[in-house]
Design a protein around this ligand. Sequence first.
Ligand SMILES: [Zn+2]
Length: 421
Amino acid sequence: MKSGISSEAHRAGLKVDQDRLWNSLLDMAQIGARDDGGVCRHALSSEDIEARALLIGWAKQRGYQVSVDAAANLWVRRSGKNDDLEPVVAGSHMDSQPAGGKFDGAYGVLAAFEALVAMDDAGVNTRRPVDLVAWTNEEGGRFDRGCTGSSVWSGAMAVADYLDDVGIDGVRLGDALLSTLAATPDLPMRPDTWTAHAYVEPHIEQGPVLEAKSIPIAAVTSIQGVRWMNVMIRGKGSHAGTTPFAVRKDAFQAAVRSIDALNRLMDDPDDVTRFTVGRVVLDPNSPNTVPDSAMFTIDFRHPDKQVLEDKAAQIEPLIRQAASPCTVEIVPTTTMDPTPFPEQIVGGIERAAERLGLQSIRLPSGAFHDALYAAMACPSGMIFIPCRDGLSHHPDEWAEPADCAAGARVLTATLVDLANS
Ligand SMILES: [Zn+2]
């Protein structure tokens, strides 16, 4: 061991082939390619089936074992010395947003595939097997509850919970799942849930920090927590020309005062807090009527559970005070605590980067990922690489070939040591 990783892990990391990985990304991006350079590859669609076939073909050429489970998560195993041991898992998702890019999700799957091949090329024989996973429906672009596959694998949800979800094209998830599974009838079925030794997910940052600092790697410390809520303010609709201010109950003015108070609550000199009002719905929404009601949404995120709870507890009293004399009803829609990743994984990623001569920093993830669910089932972590202008969920999404390779090197070295532990 030198600088905290094994020489075998270092050797395998160096076997990552930048051109091979880059070509696999470009090949994958042709499936569901849009005219504007982006990708539209909806979960469980014909494009998804084609993407799976491409990956399965590559895996079989290399002699890896391919399997699938009832949630259509696709698994590619590189055997270890003892395949009865719990495997180390790496991957991400291959579905995209409707106007998505080439890298969100696909990068994590193909970096994991490159890691398996790099281990072959380095002649590494790990103690545990290493399993690549392509999770089903992370994005929620077609069936709007995302992270379908990883939530089932983690045990948080069951396949049956999702079967009656209806996609934007009117197709039932259960039917799309059947046709996807029917496309690979020869694949062995794995159980829905089982225990892994560890999970590592490479992903583009989808934010601007790494690019701005010219640093190729982030060891992700956590996925920040969220509080989403709908705020309904009820006043009294009345004539805009005749109603004196003294007797008005203007729901929209009450919403404006509330949002102003929330902006002050969420003010953060460190710029870590995320606070967004993304939707306002007025009723009756008429230019000549004092609004009867105003609904607005709150999207509040923070990586520190204490901060999240403290500020969330102040939201309702603050709005009640600001919205008076209107009445207020607040309905939480999503409550998720921050998911910290264990030091064992975060530190391992950092040590791998250092030994490979790649600069790294620690960052929390602002977005949800499959790793959120994987972390419920086993020690998990994520590796971020820079993306241009921090842009994602957009056809112009872009990552540099050298950064893609850097992330795959760190992944490979991290996996080798985890698979030998
Ligand atoms: Zn993603």
